[in-house]
Write a protein that binds this ligand. Structure first.
Ligand code: URA
Length: 207
């Protein structure tokens, strides 16, 4: 499994702000938004581009744009805090949505909503979720995408647990992971350690 940890100092600084228990909801959202820009920037690093001639005020030169913009898929609720910034960086991207709640006893995902294009063959997909924990929601989401023909899926997360990466790898589904942190483990409640707590609660306040 291709897992890329973005260790740029600015990415690590924003992640540290998110990890800090003293960071309030507004500052957490701001740090998540800035970190999302950096993760998307790295995710698109090797994307194919189309070239076209353009005229600067001075001369003719070559212009570039993404040849095949991705579909952005935030996983609700926590992934919503990444959606606008990802879209800001790739305004031509389409966006789909998947809603997933976690059963706090079994830690398994309960899907409650999906809004995705029917045909994703040939479309790169970026799944946005701050936390790759057990991997249950992510495997379910990527399966939905795969059923629609997606073969090029990138998971964009701020923190990943080894257990989640392993589950994703074991699923055999096509995916790579871009993250700012590969943490130690999950605790008995399914939280990533050291992690940052419940990302949705940190963004929007406790339910
Ligand atoms: N989801 C979260 O928001 N945080 C974790 O640590 C694990 C899953």
């Amino acid at each position: 499994m291709d897992v890329r940890v973005i260790d740029h100092p600015l990415a690590q600084a924003r992640l540290s702000t998110m990890r800090d228990a003293r960071t309030d909801n507004a500052a957490f959202r701001a740090a998540l938004q800035e970190l999302t820009l950096m993760l998307i920037y790295e995710a698109t690093r090797d994307s194919e581009v189309d070239e076209a001639p353009i005229h600067t005020p001075v001369a003719r030169t070559t212009g570039y744009r993404l040849a095949n913009p991705p579909l952005l898929v935030p996983v609700l609720r926590a992934g919503l805090g990444m959606a606008d910034q990802a879209h800001r960086l790739i305004p031509e991207a389409r966006m789909g949505f998947v809603g997933m709640a976690r059963d706090e006893e079994t830690l398994e995902p309960t899907p409650y909503m999906e809004s995705l294009p029917d045909d994703l063959s040939g479309v790169p997909v970026y799944v946005l979720d701050p936390m790759l924990a057990t991997g249950g929601s992510m495997v379910h989401t990527i399966r939905l995408l795969h059923e629609r023909g997606a073969a090029d899926v990138t998971v964009i997360c701020t923190v990943a647990a080894p257990e989640g990466v392993e589950r994703l790898d074991g699923s055999g589904l096509p995916a790579r992971v871009i993250t700012a942190g590969l943490d130690d483990r999950l605790n008995e409640s399914g939280y990533i350690v050291p992690g940052l707590g419940d990302a949705g609660d940190r963004e929007y306040g406790p339910r």
